[in-house]
Design a protein around this ligand. Structure first.
Ligand SMILES: Nc1ncnc2c1ncn2[C@@H]1O[C@H](COP(=O)(O)O)[C@@H](OP(=O)(O)O)[C@H]1O
Ligand SMILES: [Mg+2]
Ligand SMILES: [Mg+2]
Ligand SMILES: [Mg+2]
Length: 354
């Protein structure tokens, strides 16, 4: 692959080019598997195997592309999946399926003349075992974020971030089912609208979006709404992932008129970053601790698009603590005008709940 020319002021140009290529290739594998699930109606049988196959396959491809494109870089990756289940008796068929999916995706792409063995696949998956932390560089990967959406045929994302000395410095978010055009531009929803968005951002350089298939990148920014009554808000599609009684109480306190927009995965962060909606609220049920790969890529895309991402105490998210974020009380993403009011409503609603 030809690397992008070095852009003055962006010290992560090579990493960004490699990360975009990795996410786009992984997304291609996911799209293929998701189409298969839909065509055969497997999703209604709740058979998780094809999903597992796509999660693993995506993780293998991202790690492979990063190593190929950045051969001189030291490599550490904090990723969601591991190979434990694939090493069990009876998992051979699944492992073979993943291996052939990965090899077919590589062959169709044509960038690399290589073929992986089952052992190579297991080793590539286990390359994601890093603990991350405050020093050095670590890739942070969610190979499919929004697995439940993926099975349903709805939104999901391939989410890749780079942590450097404890800070997220780069994020790429591949959203194969998200239209490239903002969903709030009233263009009549033509069936020719291009679907598949690739969001990306590097620290200090702003956030952009392009077609997953490749197109001219466009700078994006969060909306400039400053009156909460004009705002709309995103939350999880899955009720078990975020407390809807609290999010609706927050919306009511703010005077938000529009109903919640429910969407799976970090596609919500991407949509927020380009102004499709004004607020993203996520309030996990008690005891759930957020993982870094569920927020690294999405949060830098929002902050580089001019937005803010805070926890329930109003602090920035801390990605330097390992595989988990160090709190369990909720996350708010919005623009700088709305953040003070949303944070206050959030804290009031949580206090009332006690
Ligand atoms: N009970 C729970 N509460 C909050 N989040 C949960 C959860 N169970 C799973 N999740 C996380 O929610 C993510 C999906 O987010 P969303 O609700 O925005 O679609 C999942 O990512 P994966 O799909 O990568 O496993 C998973 O990490
Ligand atoms: Mg996830
Ligand atoms: Mg996942
Ligand atoms: Mg998962």
């Amino acid at each position: 692959m030809s690397q992008l020319p070095e852009v003055a002021g962006n010290p992560y140009t090579a990493e960004l080019a490699a990360a975009k290529k990795a996410v786009a290739l992984a997304a291609r594998l996911c799209q293929r598997v998701q189409q298969g699930i839909l065509q055969s109606d497997v999703q209604s049988k709740a058979d998780r195997t094809p999903v597992t196959v796509a999660d693993y396959g995506s993780q293998v491809l991202v790690s492979l592309v990063l190593k190929k494109e950045l051969p001189s870089h030291s490599y550490s990756m904090v990723a969601e999946e591991d190979s434990k289940d694939l090493r069990k008796d009876g998992a051979q068929e699944v492992l073979e399926h993943i291996t052939s999916l990965v090899n077919e995706t590589i062959a169709n792409d044509g960038s690399y003349n290589m073929s992986l063995s089952k052992e190579d696949v297991l080793a590539a998956i286990d390359g994601g075992k890093s603990e991350g932390g405050p020093s050095g560089r670590h890739w942070i990967l969610d190979p499919i974020d929004g697995t439940k959406g993926f099975i349903r045929g709805d939104q999901y994302a391939v989410a890749l971030g780079l942590l450097d000395e404890g800070k997220v410095v780069l994020g790429v978010l591949g959203c194969p089912n998200l239209p490239l055009k903002s969903t709030n531009t009233h263009n009549g929803g033509s069936s020719r609208d291009q679907v598949g968005s690739l969001f990306f951002a590097t620290i200090g350089c702003g956030a952009e979006v392009e077609a997953l298939e490749g197109s001219e990148p466009q700078k994006i920014s969060v909306c400039s709404i400053n009156n909460p009554t004009d705002a709309s808000f995103f939350e999880s599609y899955e009720a078990s992932h975020s407390k809807r009684d609290l999010t609706s109480s927050i919306a009511e306190k703010l005077g938000v008129q529009a109903p919640p927009v429910r969407m799976d995965s970090q596609a919500k962060y991407g949509a927020l970053a380009r102004g499709d909606g004004a607020i993203f609220l996520r309030i996990p049920h008690k005891g759930y601790i957020e993982t870094v790969w569920d927020h690294a890529a999405g949060s830098i895309i929002v902050t580089e698009a001019g937005g803010m991402v805070k926890d329930a105490s109003g602090n920035d998210l801390d990605f330097s603590k390992g595989r988990y974020l160090d709190r369990d009380r909720g996350i708010i993403a919005t623009n700088k005008y709305l953040m003070p009011a949303v944070l206050k409503a959030f804290q009031d609603a949580m206090e009332e709940e006690q």
